[in-house]
Design a protein around this ligand. Structure first.
Ligand code: ZN
Length: 57
């Protein structure tokens, strides 16, 4: 039996946090920065059209 990974529509970002607006992403990024000392940058995703956070070192 073959396991086909393509049977369900997937995006490369499905495991990432997604935000509806840049503002929400920026706020979440700021919280993460304060809590984890991680520099996060918000960006508009071309796959799901939502906003994600990416670490920027
Ligand atoms: Zn996405």
């Amino acid at each position: 039996m073959l396991i086909t990974m393509d049977s369900t529509p997937k995006t490369p970002c499905q495991d990432k946090l997604a935000f509806d607006t840049k503002k929400q992403a920026d706020v979440a990024g700021l919280v993460a920065e304060l809590q984890h000392n991680a520099k996060l940058k918000s960006y508009r995703c071309t796959y799901c059209s939502l906003w994600h956070l990416a670490s920027s070192n």
